[in-house]
Design a protein around this ligand. Structure first.
Ligand SMILES: [Zn+2]
Length: 307
């Protein structure tokens, strides 16, 4: 058996998997908002639960974290947990006397989809999470490539090309990172709502927009802008497949819509097409991806502190 933990801003989810990565048991607890000690007590409680369920004190367990993990120190930087500024990996090693792999949640999502998911067998896969924000991960031959920084694939903070803003008539929108015109502000669920607000004056959620035939021009503008993000990934990382996850990926026929919007941007016959597909493992992806890493016994490519 293998354990995986998804450390989110509101809950800590522990999942026990069999060797084939089928979920055997799940337990969720709220993420403490107070001290790091309270946070660690909740986290070790979840790990202890996994170990007890498996009956294996040496159970491999990996942790997915929404945030940046410093590759030198293992420190995590997140906006929403009491763990920010601490090394979770080092604290767990001190507590249990052994190492636990820790990686970014977008990387974990991509690993999960590359192992028994929608990117199974792809030599190069990108996982793109379109939720409240945007994040991405990259997997080569089923493994996480070394990353010099603790960042995942931060495609959401690449600037939207001027040509796409001109075509859609949208302004440079301010981003939470302090810059103007980052792609996240147009292609995330929040971004889709902002496009609708700008083009129609209506306040709607992404799923309301997707269900309303009158909002088709809004969805077309969103697809045009999201195609630029996919094109940037295609030009830089050259993935065989891009797997879509997150709430926005649950809109009907989203992969088909984005494939159609991406096609006209192609550089020509020498740019091999990238398949756009939706994720197979959904909500379990953070824990499942880290179970893949823990099962492989892989070195902590994003948390060297704990090796
Ligand atoms: Zn930004």
């Amino acid at each position: 058996m293998i354990g995986g933990i998804d450390l989110g801003g509101t809950k800590i989810e522990a999942r026990l998997f069999d060797e084939g990565l089928e979920t055997l048991a799940v337990q969720r607890v709220p993420t403490p908002r107070g001290s790091f000690e309270a946070f660690m007590a909740a986290l070790t409680g979840q790990i202890d639960w996994l170990i007890a369920r498996a009956g294996d004190p040496a159970l491999p367990v990996g942790l997915s974290v929404a945030g940046v993990i410093d590759p030198e120190t293992g420190e995590t930087f997140t906006s929403n947990t009491a763990s920010s500024g601490h090394s979770i990996g080092a604290a767990l090693r001190a507590h249990y006397g052994r190492a636990f792999p820790v990686a970014n949640d977008c990387m974990a999502f991509t690993l999960s989809e590359a192992h028994g998911g929608a990117a199974e067998g792809a030599a190069s896969a990108v996982g793109l999470i379109l939720g409240t924000g945007v994040g991405a991960g990259h997997v080569l031959d089923g493994a996480l490539p070394p990353r010099h920084s603790g960042l995942a694939v931060e495609i959401g903070h690449v600037g939207m090309p001027a040509r796409a803003l001109e075509e859609t008539g949208l302004p440079l929108l301010p981003c939470g990172c302090g810059k103007l015109g980052c792609m996240e502000n147009y292609v995330s669920g929040t971004g889709l709502a902002r496009i609708a607000q700008h083009l129609t004056g209506r306040e709607m959620t992404a799923l309301e927009i997707a269900a309303d035939p009158e909002m088709e021009p809004v969805l077309q503008a969103w697809a045009r802008l999201t195609a630029e993000l996919l094109y940037t990934l295609q030009l830089t990382l050259a993935p065989e497949v891009i797997v879509l996850g997150g709430g926005v990926s649950q809109m009907p026929r989203v992969a088909e819509r984005l494939s159609a919007a991406l096609a006209p941007l192609s550089l020509g016959p020498f740019l091999k097409p990238t398949r756009i597909v939706t994720a197979r493992h959904g909500d379990s992806s953070g824990a499942r991806g880290m179970a893949v890493l823990a099962q492989a016994g892989a070195p902590r490519t994003t948390d060297r502190e704990t090796t």
